[in-house]
Ligand binder design. Structure first.
Ligand SMILES: N[C@@H](CCC(=O)N[C@@H](CS)C(=O)NCC(=O)O)C(=O)O
Length: 202
């Protein structure tokens, strides 16, 4: 399997799960500005949406969208227990959370990278971020991970997105449950390995 990624982008989530599940993988960095891959390919010919992540499966197929890519990777190694079995209520709870992270957290935080989001618009966006942080903080209160005790693919996704608070200078100290969560996930060997490979450590 090959993962197309950009350092520190949401593609960090599937990268962490590839490491957590110990699956052999290749990495290919994408320049999101020029849409060229490190080997000089036109990335939009690989993923016409132009966004990371994308994975290339061993049969050549391309699969995109963080929430789906995460499930595909985890489903290759069900014994790792990072994604409950399809059809169970636990799986629907995972899907509910992945969908929330994708539509409410990822895109709300992500908008702040756009330099055109400024003034009142930026303030409104920061208010929306704070509302998401309040909700996530309530869910993480007394729970080590977003679905309870156990680490799952939803935690890798949430980690990748909340970690942007460092790049965006968003102060999370009002939400100690979130800073604790970031520390907890960041210290996992899989997260350390993925961040090291992406050049994010020191
Ligand atoms: N809906 C996509 C969104 C992915 C996305 O927003 N990726 C960002 C990086 S975190 C990106 O590639 N942005 C550059 C672009 O879309 O041109 C998914 O869930 O995978």
């Amino acid at each position: 399997m090959k993962l197309y990624f950009a350092p520190g982008a949401c593609s960090l989530a599937p990268h962490i799960i590839l490491e957590e599940t110990g699956q052999t993988h290749e990495l290919e960095q994408v320049d999101l500005g020029t849409k060229k891959t490190a080997s000089g390919e036109e990335y939009t010919k690989i993923n016409p949406k132009g966004s990371v992540p994308a994975i290339q499966l061993d049969d050549g197929q391309i699969l995109t969208e963080v929430a789906v890519v995460l499930q595909y990777i985890a489903d290759q190694k069900p014994e790792a227990g990072l994604s409950p079995q399809a059809g169970t209520m636990e799986r629907y709870r995972l899907l509910e959370t992945l969908n929330y992270i994708s539509s409410e957290v990822h895109k709300t935080f992500g908008a702040l990278f756009n330099p055109d989001v400024k003034g009142d618009w930026r303030e409104a966006q920061l208010g929306a971020v704070a509302a998401r942080c309040d909700h996530l903080s309530r869910r993480l209160d007394g729970n080590a991970h977003i679905l309870g005790d156990a680490f799952s693919i939803a935690d890798a996704y949430l980690f990748a997105v909340l970690n942007w608070s460092n790049m965006l200078n968003i102060d999370l100290t009002n939400w100690p449950a979130l800073t604790g969560f970031l520390d907890r996930v960041s210290s996992r060997p899989g997260a350390q390995a993925a961040m090291k490979a992406e050049g994010l450590l020191g």
